[in-house]
Design a protein around this ligand. Structure first.
Ligand code: AVI
Length: 327
């Protein structure tokens, strides 16, 4: 079936030059080597992340979906009428269906998925394109550029509902997360809403297992960033000479994913114009996943120009859906 009521605004995603430059900056620096986690999500990485989201050890996505399915009607009744929905990083759009269906029962709804990946955007559009009374306008842009463009399309009596689900906010450093939420707030009007999904702190073993599953899917997801550098930048990383490593830093309440070099080695990255030396046990820090406490969210919301109207908590996997209203 061909989806209906769909249009897409396209601008180019990260250029090869940005990637080459950020890889050089992250690996040639003194001190802890790092790679930006956004580069985990090429075609292969995004497919591996889809698998992670159904692993028994990784309850985050299921908790997010359960909360949205159970509470969509309640969430929607707390919103003003006439809502334009803008979703930051829509992924496949599967979990958004509940909210859109609940809104479409009240009124015609415009849904703007915002995604850098054209493949994810196309999947989201075909997953949600058949819901009656929902028009889709996709934006192939970064979150804030896409939100700015989507919000510019609001009609006079529209309120914007921003969806930032799946605890993607946890992949930002704490300060960057607050700055980001403030930027979102700056684009919104008073009374607009942000539904923010946050994974909560839980027992240590449960958190470590969620990022170091028995099948090794998360390990493959992590090591794929080196494979991507080989594919796209002509590098000669020996993937077998690096091992996936997961740590929890309780001071920062965050899971850290690293790639640990098993031996002393050096790697050449022609398109970044550099060679990088690793000592045995040295790591590349590839991702942080911050965990939250439900009780801390109202203060976070306040600092960023929102108030926390309501929270819904999952009973099986500590996770909170937070409805924040712009002040
Ligand atoms: C996308 N994000 C919320 C995931 C997380 O849990 O931080 C990314 C992920 N990394 C490894 N597993 C899942």
């Amino acid at each position: 079936m061909t989806p209906k009521n769909i249009s897409t605004a396209v601008v180019p995603q990260y250029s090869k030059n940005d990637f080459a430059e950020e890889v050089r900056a992250g690996l040639c620096r003194t001190g802890q080597k790092e790679l930006p986690s956004k580069y985990l999500y090429d075609e292969v990485g995004s497919a591996l992340f889809e698998v992670i989201s159904v692993l028994p050890e990784y309850g985050l996505t299921r908790a997010d979906e359960r909360l949205l399915q159970r509470h969509a009607a309640d969430i929607v009744t707390r919103l003003k009428s006439h809502v334009l929905v803008a979703e930051l990083g829509s992924g496949s759009g599967k979990k958004t269906r509940w909210i859109l269906e609940a809104l479409a029962r009240r009124q015609r709804t415009t849904y703007c998925p915002i995604e850098l990946s054209p493949t994810a955007l196309a999947r989201c559009e075909s997953e949600l394109g058949q819901i009656d009374c929902v028009s889709i306008v996709g934006f192939e842009r970064s979150y804030l550029d896409g939100l700015l463009a989507a919000a510019a399309g609001r009609r006079e009596d529209d309120h914007v509902l921003v969806l930032f689900l799946g605890s993607t906010i946890g992949n930002f450093d704490r300060d960057a997360a607050e700055r980001f939420l403030m930027e979102v707030r700056r684009i919104l009007f008073p009374g607009d809403a942000l539904l923010l999904g946050t994974d909560l702190e839980k027992p240590l073993d449960q958190m470590l297992d969620a990022y170091d599953d028995e099948l090794g899917v998360t390990a493959a997801f992590n090591i794929n960033i080196l494979a991507r550098i080989n594919r796209e930048l002509g590098a000669d990383f020996n993937l077998a000479a690096f091992r996936h490593q997961v740590r929890y830093d309780s001071n920062f309440q965050r899971i850290e994913m690293h790639l640990r070099s098993l031996v002393d080695q050096s790697v050449t990255i022609p398109r970044s114009g550099c060679s990088v030396s690793f000592t045995a046990d040295e790591t590349i820090w590839t991702e942080s996943s911050h965990k939250f406490r439900a009780g801390d969210i109202p203060a976070l919301a306040k600092r960023c120009g929102f108030h926390c109207d309501s929270q819904w908590l999952d009973s099986q996997w500590p996770f909170a859906e937070n409805l924040l209203i712009a002040e």
